[in-house]
Design a protein around this ligand. Structure first.
Ligand code: AHG
Ligand code: MN
Ligand code: MN
Ligand code: MN
Length: 335
């Protein structure tokens, strides 16, 4: 742990003046996310004891069966952000449309929008494997004083002001960036406080782990197949180790600490892959770049892609810089 035992609350205050637009609003917003994270952590931890495991009975706009914890995490984050009146809009994986949040005087004075994947790794909930929450924060582009529009959410990732994730794992951690490196905070559950445990997190330049759902191999583009074969070949420091949890947050977190690459490519059954650009890939790409890693769709930098839809999907290659560059070489060779 950090020598000073810095708490997340202290860290937010200490770093407030370094924010590009420092009015305290972003600090309040990150504080609200910290609070919602603790609430959701509490729910996730006791999920096996009470009746919140399993399917909720509805399907979301992605065509996925919503799990009870998907719905619960979504409600907790949205309620916390709404109650505190610190954002002007919210978009979520579990909501068909974006939500316009009015400040109490209906003057729409807040300037930030938040995009969230409230519960990442739904398929792992029932089997007690790590899940997460992903968030992405932008300044609105339409004028303050009017309701938010879709334009405020369809911004390229390079416009992000902050992004992060919470991992509900063996420990619960909140990892985030405001564009000045990536810092990780671990929750001490006994007192409900996050402490700075992982200052200045960085991806190793290269690594030995590749993370991809190889069950879909037959459907992958030739470039991805070739890269997987490269990872498996006995040569230099290979074969690499295959590790795939099926929770983006957990796979990313492990690869950032140990060195590795995560790939969710397009396939013959999913023409744009599975992961969502706005609330999964962009925040993870911002974190990756801030941690000296790299994120692309196999060809282009993720953060420069102009989104066209709220729930847009995109192929995702993310992790240690040299590994992503190598995968891109294989993709380019088959273009
Ligand atoms: P979500 O649970 O938020 O819908 O996201 C699931 C995503 C991501 O977490 C994970 O990496 C990926 O789906 C796993 O998909 P496959 O089961 O197709 O490998
Ligand atoms: Mn989902
Ligand atoms: Mn997800
Ligand atoms: Mn989700």
């Amino acid at each position: 742990m950090d020598k000073k035992n810095t708490t997340l609350g202290e860290f937010i205050i200490e770093n407030q003046s370094s924010f590009q637009y420092s009015s305290g609003e972003l600090s309040k917003l990150i504080n609200a996310i910290r609070l919602a994270a603790k609430v959701v952590n509490h729910e996730v931890n006791k999920a096996g004891l009470i009746d919140i495991l399993g399917a909720a009975g509805d399907t979301n706009i992605q065509g996925e069966d919503q799990q009870k914890l998907d719905v619960l995490a979504n409600d907790r984050f949205i309620q916390t952000l709404k109650n505190r009146e610190i954002v002007c809009g919210i978009a979520s994986e579990e909501e068909d449309h974006f939500i316009s949040v009015n400040s109490h005087d209906e003057k729409h004075q807040n300037k930030y929008v938040v995009l969230i994947d409230p519960l990442d790794g739904s398929s792992n909930i029932d089997v007690n494997v790590s899940v997460g929450t992903i968030f992405s924060i932008y300044r609105r582009v339409t004028p303050i004083g009017s309701p938010v529009t879709l334009e405020d959410f369809l911004q390229p990732g390079i416009n992000q002001v902050a992004a992060g994730y919470i991992i509900y794992g063996t420990s619960t951690m909140l990892v985030y960036t405001t564009g000045d490196g990536v810092n990780g905070f671990t929750l001490n559950p006994a007192i409900g406080t996050f402490y700075l445990s992982h200052p200045r997190m960085e991806f190793p330049e290269t690594g030995k782990i590749y993370s991809v759902n190889e069950g879909n191999y037959i459907h992958f583009p030739q470039g991805v197949k070739d890269y997987i074969k490269y990872c498996q070949r006995e040569e230099d420091d290979r074969p690499y180790t295959s590790r795939y949890i099926g929770s983006l947050v957990s796979d990313f977190h492990r690869n950032m600490i140990k060195g590795g690459i995560y790939i969710y490519p397009k396939s013959s059954t999913a023409s744009e892959g599975k992961l969502r650009l706005l609330y999964e890939c962009n925040p993870m790409a911002f974190l990756a770049e801030q941690a000296r890693g790299k994120a692309s769709d196999g060809f282009r930098r993720i953060m420069e892609i102009q989104p066209t839809e709220l729930h847009q999907r995109i192929p995702f290659f993310c992790g240690s810089r040299k590994m992503v560059e190598k995968a891109e070489e294989f993709m380019a060779a088959q273009k």
